[in-house]
Design a protein around this ligand. Structure first.
Ligand SMILES: Cc1cc2nc3c(=O)[nH]c(=O)nc-3n(C[C@H](O)[C@H](O)[C@H](O)COP(=O)(O)OP(=O)(O)OC[C@H]3O[C@@H](n4cnc5c(N)ncnc54)[C@H](O)[C@@H]3O)c2cc1C
Length: 389
């Protein structure tokens, strides 16, 4: 693949490990996960066994201590064989990073070390039905009562809902200033009294990840589960949550685009016409269309990797590149999956195989926060020196 030699060795190692697990364990499960709407138990277990749950966890806690470029590379490999597993793994890595950046010793012991040891899966519970794609506007509330926070609210589309060991949830104080970005994050452990799961996930695509709703009704979350200081989450939002989330989702959806492209190449090579004896790919118009698809995927990957490198370096230009990369990845994934379906003809359309799954999975990229609409608006507002939110 182009760009292999410009990657640091530790990123290449992680990508190779992800590729191996993807081929051996995740790919064989992908069709059944999609068909039956199952959570990727085996895939996550295999990723845990090879140490990949600790990708974003610091080295002292036993993790890899890697950043956005590694996350983009690993999620692309996983998303390439199964979008849902890419989503579950990506959310886990973002949640782990959010815990990691300001972890107390107690949080390191209870969360980061088990994550790095492959014994703990986490996820993100940010979105709510009321504020939708505006994920920076939580309305779930928390108040201190003795040694715990009492939390009330409704989180929607929580990936790995009911399957993860913990969920990083955003909350606001009951009488808080509700300006965008003013919130706090808590780690809510699986099985916390007062939590329940509703609306089992039955998506159009991205079906194998249990993205269901979490109800918090006077849920008692131990006070030491607060991440950082109360109300300092504007920093978390823009420096950690948004960039890592963008990269994890972009890698996954880029993987979906790549799967569609590779399946197209295979089809164009193997489909032979009886009246000419030639393959479909031998037609120059078809070859030209394929060339365009490859270039689209490749330039999108380069933009994503460029953005991830800027993010890892703490470059002030990272935000613009990251916003642009998720918007571009979404458009690339939907476009390539759509074109792949056309190029695969009735044969591709007739089955619910890789072409159909790529198309259905790719569609989620536009609506997942930050959605393509929001990202483009943020890009424009940044260029005009207007406040983002
Ligand atoms: C498969 C899947 C997994 C998910 N996993 C998670 C997860 O693990 N954790 C989590 O917190 N969330 C998750 N989400 C939620 C996701 O990030 C979004 O918050 C959610 O999809 C928004 O849905 P909604 O119906 O409320 O959208 P709405 O807010 O109703 O938006 C509908 C459309 O309107 C557009 N729109 C809204 N406001 C504006 C505006 N001001 N300008 C321009 N366009 C606008 C949006 O871009 C969108 O296309 C997941 C979603 C999906 C589909």
């Amino acid at each position: 693949m182009p760009g292999e030699h410009s990657m640091p060795n530790d990123v290449l190692d992680v990508r190779e490990t992800a590729r191996r697990v993807a081929a051996a364990v995740i790919a064989p499960e992908a069709e059944a996960l999609d068909r039956d709407g199952l959570w990727p138990e085996k895939g996550m277990h295999a990723l845990a066994q090879v140490g990949l749950l600790g990708l974003t966890v610091n080295r002292q806690a036993g993790g890899h201590g890697l950043g956005m470029l590694a996350l983009a590379a690993a999620t692309e490999e996983i998303g390439r064989v199964c979008g849902s597993t890419g989503l579950v793994y990506g959310m886990h890595c973002v949640g782990a990073k959010v815990i990691d950046v300001g972890a107390t010793d107690d949080q390191t012991r209870r969360y980061l070390e088990p994550i790095a040891a492959g014994e703990h899966v986490t996820s993100l519970a940010l979105a709510e039905p009321g504020t939708g794609v505006h994920f920076y506007l939580p309305r779930a509330t928390f108040r201190r009562e003795g040694d715990a926070f009492v939390v009330n609210g409704h989180k929607s589309f929580v990936t790995s809902g009911g399957h993860a060991d913990s969920y990083v949830a955003s909350v606001v104080g009951e009488h808080a200033d509700l300006d965008p970005g003013t919130f706090s994050s808590l780690v809510v452990d699986h099985g916390t009294p007062g939590t329940s799961w509703t609306s089992p996930w039955d998506g159009f695509g991205m079906r194998g990840n249990s993205s269901c709703s979490l109800l918090l009704e006077d849920a008692r979350v131990p006070a030491p589960n607060l991440l950082g200081e109360e109300g300092d989450e504007t920093w978390y939002l823009f420096e950690v949550i948004a960039p890592y989330f963008i990269v994890a989702m972009s890698g996954t959806y880029l993987g979906i685009a790549r799967a569609a492209l590779e399946a197209t190449i295979e089809h164009l090579r193997s489909r032979v016409y009886s009246h000419t004896g030639e393959t479909l790919g031998a037609n120059d118009t078809i070859a030209h269309r394929l060339g365009e698809l490859w270039a689209t995927v490749e330039r999108t990957r380069q933009l994503l990797h460029h953005a991830a490198r800027l993010g890892d370096a703490g470059d002030p230009g990272a935000a613009l590149a990251l916003f642009a990369s998720k918007a571009e990845v979404a458009e690339t994934a939907v476009h390539v999956a759509n074109e792949a379906m056309t190029l695969s003809g009735g044969r591709g359309y007739a089955s619910n195989g890789v072409f159909a799954r790529s198309l259905r999975d790719a569609r989620a990229s536009h609506v997942m926060a930050p959605s393509t609409d929001l990202l483009k608006t943020w890009l424009g507002r940044s260029l005009l020196d207007l406040p983002l939110l």
